[in-house]
Design a protein around this ligand. Sequence first.
Ligand code: MG
Length: 337
Amino acid sequence: MPIQGSILLDHGAGGKASAELVGGLFAKHLGNELLGQMDDAAVLPPPTGRLAVSTDSFVVDPIFFPGGDIGSLAVHGTVNDVAMRGATPLYLTVGFVLEEGLAIADLERVVASMARAVGEAGVQVVAGDTKVVGRGQADKLFINTTGIGVIPDGLEIGAAQAKPGDAVLVSGTVGDHGVTIMASREGLGLDAPIASDSASLNHLAAGLITACPGLRTLRDPTRGGLATALNEIAALSGVSIELDEAAIPIEPAVGGVCELLGLDPLYLANEGKLICIVDPDQAPAALNAMRADVHGQGAAAIGRCGAERAGRVWINTSVGGRRILDMLSGEPLPRIC
Ligand code: MG
């Protein structure tokens, strides 16, 4: 029988109500043999290769938005961080903090969405936890996910690997997630067809790795956007990065909303895009590999790495100027993910 109504403090107390929630909702959608062990810890088979581990907490407001919800986002975000090191994501753990009074129908919608995202990414949820806090002590629900993946021996992909001369690519349009969350939160009632790009990029990343032995860096430009992620890469790799503004793909509707609200799409969060830095000879192969994936249709070459003024990111503007593209300072948009 489906459980109905709203979340009570009892659902987090570890007793009968907790068991109903776990069996009737979490296991129903996310169950598998490993999660089904139902012991204090899941026991996993020994991995082949090095382990990659990443953890993230998701507090996005609102919990449902065009293009996704807090559940799919909690899977995509962590799968992507694991995949950005060249790892194949295998397992997730999921921790929920629920606010008393949350509609169980909303929780089920979130968990069913997580299950779809887990299936698409090809990972398994192997451990989970639920806590309930009183009304007003959290906002509907927060989710923490931890991802575990394996990296084949010899593969070194990371934000410190970029070299002068490398090509800088992006897998598609930037700013979509940030603008969508802001517009839905503020109830801007835009006619513009904007939606979050939230998606798992592990299959796209795997295609890139196969196609490009000269792949140096993958990074998902989430909070702080493209500009901040490139500054992090420039600092960690000891290179400069020069971008061509006209080459950076931006959805016209997103650009329009940004102009209206005075936002810079280069600093807005993305949840289904990656930056790829690659040996310049392999840039065409990398672009082809990205475009072969449903999430890489808008892939573009946007700049290059240099040796001088290491740590700096420059942008050649569309009107013929040149300026420094600094890191994001402050937080223009809280609870974006
Ligand atoms: Mg990341």
